[in-house]
Design a protein around this ligand. Structure first.
Ligand SMILES: Cc1cc2nc3c(=O)[nH]c(=O)nc-3n(C[C@H](O)[C@H](O)[C@H](O)COP(=O)(O)OP(=O)(O)OC[C@H]3O[C@@H](n4cnc5c(N)ncnc54)[C@H](O)[C@@H]3O)c2cc1C
Length: 478
Protein backbone atom coordinates (compact mmCIF):
# COMPACT_ATOMS: atom_id res chain seq x y z
CA UNK A 1 0.00 0.00 0.00
CA UNK A 2 3.02 2.29 -0.03
CA UNK A 3 2.02 4.62 -2.90
CA UNK A 4 -1.76 4.34 -2.75
CA UNK A 5 -3.03 7.91 -2.54
CA UNK A 6 -6.80 8.07 -2.05
CA UNK A 7 -8.72 11.12 -3.23
CA UNK A 8 -9.75 13.49 -0.51
CA UNK A 9 -13.29 12.78 0.62
CA UNK A 10 -14.15 16.39 -0.02
CA UNK A 11 -13.59 15.74 -3.74
CA UNK A 12 -16.91 13.92 -3.88
CA UNK A 13 -19.53 16.63 -3.72
CA UNK A 14 -23.12 15.96 -2.88
CA UNK A 15 -25.11 18.85 -4.34
CA UNK A 16 -28.78 19.31 -3.69
CA UNK A 17 -29.89 19.99 -7.28
CA UNK A 18 -32.34 17.41 -8.66
CA UNK A 19 -32.77 16.49 -12.33
CA UNK A 20 -34.89 19.25 -13.78
CA UNK A 21 -34.35 19.59 -17.51
CA UNK A 22 -35.28 17.37 -20.35
CA UNK A 23 -33.28 18.12 -23.50
CA UNK A 24 -34.34 16.39 -26.76
CA UNK A 25 -31.99 13.41 -26.47
CA UNK A 26 -32.48 13.12 -22.73
CA UNK A 27 -33.73 9.55 -22.77
CA UNK A 28 -30.47 8.28 -24.30
CA UNK A 29 -28.44 8.47 -21.10
CA UNK A 30 -28.40 9.90 -17.62
CA UNK A 31 -25.63 12.28 -18.68
CA UNK A 32 -27.59 13.62 -21.67
CA UNK A 33 -30.62 13.94 -19.42
CA UNK A 34 -28.82 15.59 -16.57
CA UNK A 35 -26.37 17.92 -18.20
CA UNK A 36 -27.88 21.18 -19.37
CA UNK A 37 -29.85 22.18 -22.40
CA UNK A 38 -28.12 22.01 -25.74
CA UNK A 39 -28.48 23.88 -29.02
CA UNK A 40 -27.29 21.81 -31.93
CA UNK A 41 -25.20 23.39 -34.69
CA UNK A 42 -26.81 24.06 -38.03
CA UNK A 43 -27.76 21.30 -40.43
CA UNK A 44 -25.75 20.97 -43.64
CA UNK A 45 -27.75 22.64 -46.37
CA UNK A 46 -26.25 22.75 -49.87
CA UNK A 47 -22.90 21.62 -51.22
CA UNK A 48 -19.38 22.12 -49.98
CA UNK A 49 -15.84 20.88 -50.60
CA UNK A 50 -13.29 20.25 -47.91
CA UNK A 51 -9.89 18.70 -47.45
CA UNK A 52 -10.92 16.39 -44.63
CA UNK A 53 -14.42 15.18 -43.81
CA UNK A 54 -15.10 13.36 -40.55
CA UNK A 55 -18.35 11.39 -40.37
CA UNK A 56 -19.55 10.82 -36.78
CA UNK A 57 -19.39 13.08 -33.75
CA UNK A 58 -18.34 10.74 -30.95
CA UNK A 59 -14.98 10.93 -29.24
CA UNK A 60 -13.21 9.22 -32.16
CA UNK A 61 -14.58 11.67 -34.74
CA UNK A 62 -14.14 14.77 -32.56
CA UNK A 63 -10.60 13.83 -31.59
CA UNK A 64 -9.64 13.05 -35.21
CA UNK A 65 -11.15 16.33 -36.43
CA UNK A 66 -9.51 18.39 -33.68
CA UNK A 67 -6.06 16.86 -34.28
CA UNK A 68 -6.37 17.28 -38.05
CA UNK A 69 -7.35 20.95 -37.75
CA UNK A 70 -4.73 21.64 -35.10
CA UNK A 71 -1.89 19.96 -37.00
CA UNK A 72 -2.58 21.23 -40.54
CA UNK A 73 -4.13 24.14 -42.38
CA UNK A 74 -6.71 21.83 -43.96
CA UNK A 75 -10.40 22.68 -44.10
CA UNK A 76 -11.90 20.10 -41.74
CA UNK A 77 -15.65 19.42 -41.63
CA UNK A 78 -17.47 17.04 -39.27
CA UNK A 79 -21.02 15.81 -39.80
CA UNK A 80 -23.06 14.10 -37.10
CA UNK A 81 -26.39 12.40 -37.72
CA UNK A 82 -28.01 13.63 -34.49
CA UNK A 83 -26.09 15.66 -31.89
CA UNK A 84 -22.49 15.10 -30.91
CA UNK A 85 -22.31 12.46 -28.17
CA UNK A 86 -25.55 10.85 -29.37
CA UNK A 87 -23.80 7.47 -29.70
CA UNK A 88 -21.74 5.51 -27.18
CA UNK A 89 -19.62 8.54 -26.30
CA UNK A 90 -22.56 10.27 -24.62
CA UNK A 91 -23.83 7.10 -22.97
CA UNK A 92 -20.62 5.57 -21.62
CA UNK A 93 -19.98 5.13 -17.94
CA UNK A 94 -17.13 7.62 -18.20
CA UNK A 95 -14.25 5.34 -17.28
CA UNK A 96 -11.03 6.46 -18.93
CA UNK A 97 -9.27 3.15 -18.78
CA UNK A 98 -6.19 1.47 -20.23
CA UNK A 99 -7.82 -1.30 -22.25
CA UNK A 100 -9.34 -2.20 -25.57
CA UNK A 101 -11.50 -5.07 -26.67
CA UNK A 102 -10.38 -8.14 -24.92
CA UNK A 103 -8.55 -8.25 -21.62
CA UNK A 104 -4.76 -8.23 -21.56
CA UNK A 105 -4.45 -11.97 -20.82
CA UNK A 106 -6.53 -12.89 -23.86
CA UNK A 107 -4.49 -10.53 -26.07
CA UNK A 108 -1.31 -12.24 -24.90
CA UNK A 109 -2.75 -15.72 -25.47
CA UNK A 110 -3.91 -14.80 -28.97
CA UNK A 111 -1.25 -12.37 -30.25
CA UNK A 112 1.85 -13.21 -28.20
CA UNK A 113 3.93 -11.28 -25.69
CA UNK A 114 5.29 -8.58 -27.99
CA UNK A 115 1.94 -7.43 -29.39
CA UNK A 116 0.18 -7.59 -26.05
CA UNK A 117 3.01 -5.52 -24.53
CA UNK A 118 2.56 -2.94 -27.33
CA UNK A 119 -1.21 -2.86 -26.75
CA UNK A 120 -0.63 -2.44 -23.04
CA UNK A 121 1.68 0.55 -23.65
CA UNK A 122 -0.65 2.17 -26.22
CA UNK A 123 -3.64 1.90 -23.87
CA UNK A 124 -1.71 3.30 -20.89
CA UNK A 125 -0.46 6.13 -23.07
CA UNK A 126 -4.06 6.78 -24.16
CA UNK A 127 -5.15 7.30 -20.55
CA UNK A 128 -2.28 9.71 -19.88
CA UNK A 129 -2.98 11.53 -23.15
CA UNK A 130 -6.70 11.93 -22.42
CA UNK A 131 -5.89 13.42 -19.05
CA UNK A 132 -3.28 15.69 -20.63
CA UNK A 133 -5.80 17.02 -23.19
CA UNK A 134 -8.34 17.73 -20.45
CA UNK A 135 -5.84 19.41 -18.15
CA UNK A 136 -3.95 21.36 -20.81
CA UNK A 137 -7.11 22.75 -22.38
CA UNK A 138 -8.95 23.07 -19.07
CA UNK A 139 -11.91 21.05 -20.30
CA UNK A 140 -14.78 21.08 -17.84
CA UNK A 141 -15.44 17.34 -18.01
CA UNK A 142 -15.75 16.57 -14.25
CA UNK A 143 -12.49 14.68 -14.67
CA UNK A 144 -10.88 13.07 -11.66
CA UNK A 145 -8.24 10.39 -11.52
CA UNK A 146 -9.03 8.09 -8.62
CA UNK A 147 -7.79 4.78 -10.08
CA UNK A 148 -9.46 1.39 -10.21
CA UNK A 149 -9.91 -1.15 -7.43
CA UNK A 150 -10.31 -4.57 -9.04
CA UNK A 151 -11.71 -6.78 -6.32
CA UNK A 152 -12.11 -10.47 -5.54
CA UNK A 153 -15.44 -10.63 -3.69
CA UNK A 154 -15.02 -14.36 -3.23
CA UNK A 155 -12.02 -16.40 -2.06
CA UNK A 156 -12.24 -18.47 -5.26
CA UNK A 157 -11.64 -15.37 -7.39
CA UNK A 158 -8.32 -14.47 -5.74
CA UNK A 159 -6.03 -16.68 -7.90
CA UNK A 160 -7.37 -15.18 -11.15
CA UNK A 161 -6.90 -11.69 -9.77
CA UNK A 162 -3.36 -12.51 -8.66
CA UNK A 163 -2.43 -13.71 -12.19
CA UNK A 164 -3.86 -10.49 -13.60
CA UNK A 165 -1.77 -8.48 -11.16
CA UNK A 166 1.40 -10.43 -11.99
CA UNK A 167 0.89 -9.91 -15.71
CA UNK A 168 0.49 -6.15 -15.17
CA UNK A 169 3.79 -6.07 -13.26
CA UNK A 170 5.47 -8.14 -15.95
CA UNK A 171 4.35 -5.58 -18.56
CA UNK A 172 5.99 -2.80 -16.56
CA UNK A 173 3.04 -1.37 -14.60
CA UNK A 174 5.05 -0.95 -11.42
CA UNK A 175 2.43 1.40 -9.97
CA UNK A 176 -0.13 -1.41 -9.74
CA UNK A 177 -0.54 -2.63 -6.15
CA UNK A 178 -1.60 -5.92 -4.65
CA UNK A 179 -3.81 -5.58 -1.59
CA UNK A 180 -4.58 -8.56 0.62
CA UNK A 181 -7.90 -8.82 2.47
CA UNK A 182 -6.87 -6.75 5.44
CA UNK A 183 -5.35 -3.95 3.34
CA UNK A 184 -8.35 -3.58 1.03
CA UNK A 185 -10.87 -3.93 3.87
CA UNK A 186 -9.23 -1.03 5.66
CA UNK A 187 -10.14 1.15 2.64
CA UNK A 188 -13.85 0.34 2.98
CA UNK A 189 -14.62 0.54 6.69
CA UNK A 190 -13.37 -2.98 7.39
CA UNK A 191 -15.89 -4.47 4.91
CA UNK A 192 -15.20 -8.22 4.93
CA UNK A 193 -16.73 -8.75 1.47
CA UNK A 194 -13.48 -7.48 -0.02
CA UNK A 195 -11.24 -10.56 -0.06
CA UNK A 196 -8.29 -9.12 -2.02
CA UNK A 197 -7.76 -6.41 -4.62
CA UNK A 198 -5.48 -4.97 -7.23
CA UNK A 199 -5.28 -1.19 -7.21
CA UNK A 200 -4.43 0.38 -10.55
CA UNK A 201 -3.89 4.16 -10.39
CA UNK A 202 -4.18 4.53 -14.20
CA UNK A 203 -7.92 5.18 -14.44
CA UNK A 204 -9.88 8.41 -14.64
CA UNK A 205 -13.60 9.16 -14.46
CA UNK A 206 -15.46 11.86 -16.35
CA UNK A 207 -18.93 12.98 -17.33
CA UNK A 208 -19.21 11.79 -20.97
CA UNK A 209 -21.78 14.36 -22.03
CA UNK A 210 -19.89 17.33 -20.58
CA UNK A 211 -16.71 15.95 -22.07
CA UNK A 212 -17.93 15.53 -25.68
CA UNK A 213 -19.34 19.04 -25.59
CA UNK A 214 -16.00 20.37 -24.33
CA UNK A 215 -14.21 18.41 -27.04
CA UNK A 216 -16.57 19.90 -29.61
CA UNK A 217 -15.62 23.40 -28.40
CA UNK A 218 -11.94 22.51 -28.64
CA UNK A 219 -12.37 21.25 -32.20
CA UNK A 220 -14.33 24.32 -33.24
CA UNK A 221 -11.75 26.67 -31.76
CA UNK A 222 -9.16 24.87 -33.90
CA UNK A 223 -11.31 25.60 -36.96
CA UNK A 224 -13.40 22.44 -37.43
CA UNK A 225 -16.83 23.14 -38.97
CA UNK A 226 -19.42 20.92 -37.32
CA UNK A 227 -22.87 20.19 -38.74
CA UNK A 228 -25.37 18.35 -36.57
CA UNK A 229 -28.59 16.57 -37.54
CA UNK A 230 -26.78 15.88 -40.81
CA UNK A 231 -26.54 12.11 -41.36
CA UNK A 232 -24.38 10.75 -44.16
CA UNK A 233 -26.93 8.80 -46.16
CA UNK A 234 -24.53 7.63 -48.84
CA UNK A 235 -20.77 7.52 -49.24
CA UNK A 236 -19.15 6.97 -52.61
CA UNK A 237 -15.63 7.08 -53.94
CA UNK A 238 -15.09 9.58 -56.72
CA UNK A 239 -11.98 10.65 -58.61
CA UNK A 240 -9.64 12.28 -56.09
CA UNK A 241 -11.75 11.65 -53.01
CA UNK A 242 -15.21 10.86 -51.74
CA UNK A 243 -18.70 12.21 -52.18
CA UNK A 244 -20.96 12.09 -49.17
CA UNK A 245 -24.65 12.92 -49.36
CA UNK A 246 -26.79 14.09 -46.44
CA UNK A 247 -30.57 14.68 -46.69
CA UNK A 248 -30.03 18.35 -47.65
CA UNK A 249 -26.42 18.58 -48.74
CA UNK A 250 -23.48 17.07 -50.57
CA UNK A 251 -19.85 17.15 -49.50
CA UNK A 252 -16.89 16.45 -51.70
CA UNK A 253 -13.80 15.63 -49.62
CA UNK A 254 -10.21 14.80 -50.50
CA UNK A 255 -9.94 12.58 -47.43
CA UNK A 256 -12.63 11.09 -45.25
CA UNK A 257 -12.53 9.65 -41.74
CA UNK A 258 -15.44 7.34 -40.97
CA UNK A 259 -16.07 7.31 -37.22
CA UNK A 260 -19.64 6.00 -37.12
CA UNK A 261 -18.72 3.12 -34.79
CA UNK A 262 -21.68 0.81 -34.03
CA UNK A 263 -23.80 2.47 -36.75
CA UNK A 264 -21.32 1.76 -39.55
CA UNK A 265 -23.32 -1.18 -40.98
CA UNK A 266 -26.16 1.26 -41.79
CA UNK A 267 -24.09 3.32 -44.25
CA UNK A 268 -25.14 3.28 -47.89
CA UNK A 269 -23.42 4.09 -51.19
CA UNK A 270 -20.58 2.02 -52.67
CA UNK A 271 -18.18 2.91 -49.87
CA UNK A 272 -20.84 2.55 -47.17
CA UNK A 273 -21.75 -0.94 -48.34
CA UNK A 274 -18.10 -2.06 -48.34
CA UNK A 275 -18.18 -1.59 -44.57
CA UNK A 276 -21.33 -3.55 -43.82
CA UNK A 277 -19.77 -6.59 -42.16
CA UNK A 278 -16.75 -4.93 -40.56
CA UNK A 279 -18.41 -4.59 -37.18
CA UNK A 280 -21.59 -5.51 -35.35
CA UNK A 281 -23.36 -3.49 -32.64
CA UNK A 282 -23.10 -4.74 -29.06
CA UNK A 283 -25.70 -3.43 -26.66
CA UNK A 284 -24.44 -2.37 -23.23
CA UNK A 285 -26.36 -0.82 -20.38
CA UNK A 286 -25.88 1.75 -17.68
CA UNK A 287 -27.71 2.97 -14.61
CA UNK A 288 -27.21 5.43 -11.77
CA UNK A 289 -28.63 5.43 -8.29
CA UNK A 290 -30.23 8.43 -6.68
CA UNK A 291 -27.75 10.58 -4.72
CA UNK A 292 -26.43 8.99 -1.58
CA UNK A 293 -26.59 11.01 1.61
CA UNK A 294 -23.45 12.13 3.44
CA UNK A 295 -24.25 9.52 6.10
CA UNK A 296 -24.44 6.75 3.48
CA UNK A 297 -21.11 7.75 1.93
CA UNK A 298 -19.58 7.83 5.38
CA UNK A 299 -20.96 4.41 6.27
CA UNK A 300 -19.51 2.68 3.22
CA UNK A 301 -16.29 4.69 3.43
CA UNK A 302 -15.84 4.67 -0.35
CA UNK A 303 -14.55 8.18 -0.03
CA UNK A 304 -11.52 7.68 -2.25
CA UNK A 305 -14.01 7.69 -5.14
CA UNK A 306 -12.21 4.99 -7.15
CA UNK A 307 -13.91 2.87 -9.77
CA UNK A 308 -14.71 -0.59 -8.49
CA UNK A 309 -14.95 -3.76 -10.52
CA UNK A 310 -14.84 -7.43 -9.77
CA UNK A 311 -12.97 -10.10 -11.66
CA UNK A 312 -16.12 -11.02 -13.64
CA UNK A 313 -16.37 -9.99 -17.30
CA UNK A 314 -20.01 -8.96 -17.73
CA UNK A 315 -20.91 -7.51 -14.34
CA UNK A 316 -19.75 -5.30 -11.47
CA UNK A 317 -18.51 -2.05 -12.91
CA UNK A 318 -19.39 0.66 -10.39
CA UNK A 319 -18.08 4.11 -9.58
CA UNK A 320 -19.16 7.23 -7.72
CA UNK A 321 -20.33 10.09 -9.93
CA UNK A 322 -19.14 13.64 -9.36
CA UNK A 323 -22.58 14.48 -7.94
CA UNK A 324 -22.62 11.73 -5.33
CA UNK A 325 -24.46 8.83 -7.00
CA UNK A 326 -23.18 5.36 -7.84
CA UNK A 327 -23.17 4.47 -11.53
CA UNK A 328 -23.12 0.99 -13.01
CA UNK A 329 -22.55 -0.45 -16.43
CA UNK A 330 -22.66 -4.02 -17.63
CA UNK A 331 -23.20 -6.23 -20.65
CA UNK A 332 -24.81 -9.18 -18.87
CA UNK A 333 -28.27 -8.18 -20.18
CA UNK A 334 -26.98 -7.06 -23.55
CA UNK A 335 -24.74 -8.36 -26.29
CA UNK A 336 -25.45 -8.68 -30.00
CA UNK A 337 -29.17 -8.36 -30.54
CA UNK A 338 -30.76 -11.08 -32.64
CA UNK A 339 -32.47 -8.69 -35.05
CA UNK A 340 -29.93 -5.87 -35.00
CA UNK A 341 -32.33 -3.29 -33.49
CA UNK A 342 -30.59 0.02 -32.78
CA UNK A 343 -33.34 1.27 -30.42
CA UNK A 344 -34.03 -1.72 -28.17
CA UNK A 345 -36.23 -1.45 -25.11
CA UNK A 346 -34.30 -0.67 -21.94
CA UNK A 347 -36.01 -2.44 -19.04
CA UNK A 348 -34.94 -1.76 -15.48
CA UNK A 349 -33.89 -5.39 -14.91
CA UNK A 350 -30.13 -4.87 -15.30
CA UNK A 351 -30.10 -1.75 -13.15
CA UNK A 352 -32.05 -3.55 -10.43
CA UNK A 353 -29.70 -6.54 -10.61
CA UNK A 354 -26.64 -4.26 -10.33
CA UNK A 355 -28.26 -2.52 -7.38
CA UNK A 356 -28.98 -5.87 -5.71
CA UNK A 357 -25.28 -6.75 -6.10
CA UNK A 358 -24.21 -3.36 -4.73
CA UNK A 359 -26.36 -4.03 -1.66
CA UNK A 360 -24.65 -7.39 -1.15
CA UNK A 361 -21.30 -5.59 -1.11
CA UNK A 362 -22.54 -2.69 1.04
CA UNK A 363 -25.60 -3.95 2.99
CA UNK A 364 -25.96 -0.53 4.61
CA UNK A 365 -27.23 0.80 1.26
CA UNK A 366 -30.42 -1.30 1.56
CA UNK A 367 -32.74 1.67 0.91
CA UNK A 368 -30.95 3.12 -2.13
CA UNK A 369 -32.90 3.18 -5.42
CA UNK A 370 -32.06 3.41 -9.12
CA UNK A 371 -32.74 6.86 -10.58
CA UNK A 372 -32.02 6.30 -14.27
CA UNK A 373 -31.50 3.38 -16.69
CA UNK A 374 -30.21 3.59 -20.25
CA UNK A 375 -28.42 1.67 -22.96
CA UNK A 376 -26.26 2.20 -25.99
CA UNK A 377 -24.31 0.45 -28.69
CA UNK A 378 -20.65 -0.33 -28.68
CA UNK A 379 -19.08 -1.70 -31.81
CA UNK A 380 -18.00 -5.34 -31.82
CA UNK A 381 -15.25 -6.51 -34.12
CA UNK A 382 -14.85 -10.13 -34.99
CA UNK A 383 -11.48 -10.61 -33.29
CA UNK A 384 -12.12 -8.04 -30.52
CA UNK A 385 -9.32 -5.81 -31.84
CA UNK A 386 -10.35 -2.21 -32.66
CA UNK A 387 -10.22 -0.97 -36.25
CA UNK A 388 -8.06 1.92 -37.41
CA UNK A 389 -7.11 1.50 -41.03
CA UNK A 390 -7.13 2.88 -44.54
CA UNK A 391 -9.94 1.46 -46.66
CA UNK A 392 -8.98 0.76 -50.24
CA UNK A 393 -6.47 3.60 -50.48
CA UNK A 394 -5.21 6.45 -48.32
CA UNK A 395 -8.22 8.68 -48.97
CA UNK A 396 -10.49 6.87 -46.53
CA UNK A 397 -9.76 6.03 -42.89
CA UNK A 398 -12.08 3.90 -40.83
CA UNK A 399 -11.92 4.00 -37.00
CA UNK A 400 -14.12 2.08 -34.59
CA UNK A 401 -14.74 -1.17 -32.78
CA UNK A 402 -13.41 -0.46 -29.33
CA UNK A 403 -15.95 -2.67 -27.57
CA UNK A 404 -16.39 -1.15 -24.12
CA UNK A 405 -13.14 0.74 -23.80
CA UNK A 406 -13.11 3.51 -26.35
CA UNK A 407 -13.02 6.63 -24.22
CA UNK A 408 -9.27 6.77 -23.67
CA UNK A 409 -8.05 5.03 -26.80
CA UNK A 410 -10.12 7.21 -29.15
CA UNK A 411 -8.40 10.35 -27.87
CA UNK A 412 -5.04 8.90 -28.84
CA UNK A 413 -6.46 7.46 -32.08
CA UNK A 414 -7.22 11.07 -33.03
CA UNK A 415 -3.52 11.82 -33.01
CA UNK A 416 -2.70 8.60 -34.85
CA UNK A 417 -5.31 9.50 -37.50
CA UNK A 418 -3.77 12.93 -37.91
CA UNK A 419 -0.44 11.24 -38.69
CA UNK A 420 -2.14 8.90 -41.16
CA UNK A 421 -3.88 11.81 -42.88
CA UNK A 422 -0.62 13.63 -43.40
CA UNK A 423 1.20 10.49 -44.55
CA UNK A 424 3.51 10.61 -41.56
CA UNK A 425 5.02 7.43 -40.21
CA UNK A 426 5.43 7.54 -36.42
CA UNK A 427 5.57 5.41 -33.32
CA UNK A 428 1.77 5.70 -33.23
CA UNK A 429 1.21 4.58 -36.82
CA UNK A 430 3.62 1.68 -36.22
CA UNK A 431 1.33 0.22 -33.57
CA UNK A 432 0.29 -3.19 -34.87
CA UNK A 433 -3.46 -2.60 -34.89
CA UNK A 434 -3.01 0.39 -37.20
CA UNK A 435 -3.83 -0.37 -40.82
CA UNK A 436 -4.57 -4.00 -40.07
CA UNK A 437 -7.34 -5.08 -42.44
CA UNK A 438 -10.51 -5.86 -40.50
CA UNK A 439 -11.89 -9.37 -40.37
CA UNK A 440 -15.49 -9.40 -41.57
CA UNK A 441 -18.32 -10.97 -39.60
CA UNK A 442 -19.77 -14.02 -41.39
CA UNK A 443 -22.90 -13.61 -43.44
CA UNK A 444 -26.35 -14.13 -41.95
CA UNK A 445 -27.64 -16.42 -40.45
CA UNK A 446 -24.30 -17.93 -39.41
CA UNK A 447 -23.08 -14.79 -37.64
CA UNK A 448 -26.26 -14.59 -35.54
CA UNK A 449 -25.99 -18.18 -34.38
CA UNK A 450 -22.28 -17.85 -33.52
CA UNK A 451 -22.80 -14.60 -31.62
CA UNK A 452 -25.69 -15.94 -29.56
CA UNK A 453 -23.67 -19.05 -28.65
CA UNK A 454 -20.71 -16.90 -27.57
CA UNK A 455 -22.88 -14.67 -25.36
CA UNK A 456 -24.64 -17.70 -23.87
CA UNK A 457 -21.23 -19.14 -23.01
CA UNK A 458 -20.09 -15.88 -21.36
CA UNK A 459 -23.29 -15.61 -19.33
CA UNK A 460 -23.06 -19.25 -18.25
CA UNK A 461 -19.49 -18.64 -17.11
CA UNK A 462 -20.56 -15.53 -15.14
CA UNK A 463 -23.42 -17.47 -13.49
CA UNK A 464 -20.98 -20.22 -12.51
CA UNK A 465 -18.65 -17.70 -10.91
CA UNK A 466 -21.54 -16.05 -9.07
CA UNK A 467 -22.79 -19.39 -7.68
CA UNK A 468 -21.69 -19.79 -4.09
CA UNK A 469 -20.59 -16.15 -3.82
CA UNK A 470 -22.34 -13.37 -1.87
CA UNK A 471 -24.18 -12.53 -5.10
CA UNK A 472 -25.79 -15.95 -5.58
CA UNK A 473 -29.24 -14.96 -4.36
CA UNK A 474 -29.12 -11.31 -5.41
CA UNK A 475 -31.91 -10.77 -7.91
CA UNK A 476 -33.45 -7.85 -9.72
CA UNK A 477 -36.69 -8.40 -7.80
CA UNK A 478 -35.25 -7.66 -4.34
C1 LIG B 1 -23.48 1.77 -21.76
C2 LIG B 1 -22.06 1.97 -22.22
C3 LIG B 1 -21.06 2.15 -21.27
C4 LIG B 1 -19.74 2.35 -21.71
N1 LIG B 1 -18.80 2.67 -20.78
C5 LIG B 1 -17.54 2.94 -21.18
C6 LIG B 1 -16.57 3.38 -20.25
O1 LIG B 1 -16.84 3.59 -19.09
N2 LIG B 1 -15.30 3.56 -20.69
C7 LIG B 1 -14.95 3.37 -22.00
O2 LIG B 1 -13.77 3.54 -22.33
N3 LIG B 1 -15.87 3.01 -22.90
C8 LIG B 1 -17.14 2.80 -22.52
N4 LIG B 1 -18.08 2.46 -23.46
C9 LIG B 1 -17.66 2.38 -24.86
C10 LIG B 1 -17.39 3.78 -25.40
O3 LIG B 1 -18.50 4.57 -25.14
C11 LIG B 1 -17.11 3.70 -26.91
O4 LIG B 1 -16.05 2.80 -27.15
C12 LIG B 1 -16.74 5.06 -27.47
O5 LIG B 1 -17.56 6.08 -26.97
C13 LIG B 1 -16.83 4.99 -28.98
O6 LIG B 1 -16.61 6.28 -29.51
P1 LIG B 1 -16.87 6.53 -31.05
O7 LIG B 1 -16.64 7.95 -31.31
O8 LIG B 1 -16.06 5.53 -31.82
O9 LIG B 1 -18.37 6.11 -31.30
P2 LIG B 1 -19.74 6.85 -30.94
O10 LIG B 1 -19.65 7.63 -29.71
O11 LIG B 1 -20.81 5.81 -31.02
O12 LIG B 1 -19.89 7.88 -32.12
C14 LIG B 1 -20.36 7.55 -33.40
C15 LIG B 1 -21.19 8.75 -33.85
O13 LIG B 1 -21.48 8.61 -35.24
C16 LIG B 1 -22.77 9.12 -35.45
N5 LIG B 1 -23.27 8.57 -36.71
C17 LIG B 1 -23.70 7.31 -36.95
N6 LIG B 1 -24.07 7.18 -38.23
C18 LIG B 1 -23.86 8.37 -38.83
C19 LIG B 1 -24.04 8.85 -40.13
N7 LIG B 1 -24.55 8.08 -41.10
N8 LIG B 1 -23.73 10.15 -40.41
C20 LIG B 1 -23.21 10.96 -39.44
N9 LIG B 1 -23.03 10.53 -38.18
C21 LIG B 1 -23.34 9.26 -37.86
C22 LIG B 1 -23.55 8.67 -34.23
O14 LIG B 1 -24.74 9.43 -34.02
C23 LIG B 1 -22.52 8.86 -33.13
O15 LIG B 1 -22.62 10.13 -32.51
C24 LIG B 1 -19.42 2.30 -23.09
C25 LIG B 1 -20.42 2.11 -24.04
C26 LIG B 1 -21.74 1.97 -23.61
C27 LIG B 1 -22.80 1.80 -24.64
Amino acid sequence: MSNYIPMKKSQITIPVKEIEHSPPHAAKSFWLHDYGAYSANRTLDGGLSCDILVVGGGIAGLSAAWHAARDTSARVVLIESEIIGYGASGRAAGWVMPQFGMDQMSIRRKYGAERSQAAFQYCRRAVRYTREIIETHKLDSDYRHPGLMRVAFDDRWIDGLRSHYEMNREFGADNVLWMDGEAVQSEYSGNKNFKAAMFDPDLGLLNPCKHVRELKGLAERAGVEIFENSPAISLDRIAGGTRVATPRGIIRADKTVIATNAYTHQLEGTLGREMRRLQAPVFARGAVTERLSKEQWKAIDWGSGNALESTLDLFHYMAPTADGRIQFYWIYYGGHSLFGEMQPEVSDEGGQMSLAHLKKIFPVLKDVRIAHNWGGHMSGTRDLVPHLCFLGDERVIYVGGCWGHGLAINHLHGQTISHMLSGRSSELTDFWIVNRQPKKWPIKPFDGIGKQLAWAWLRRRARKQLAGSIFENATARQ
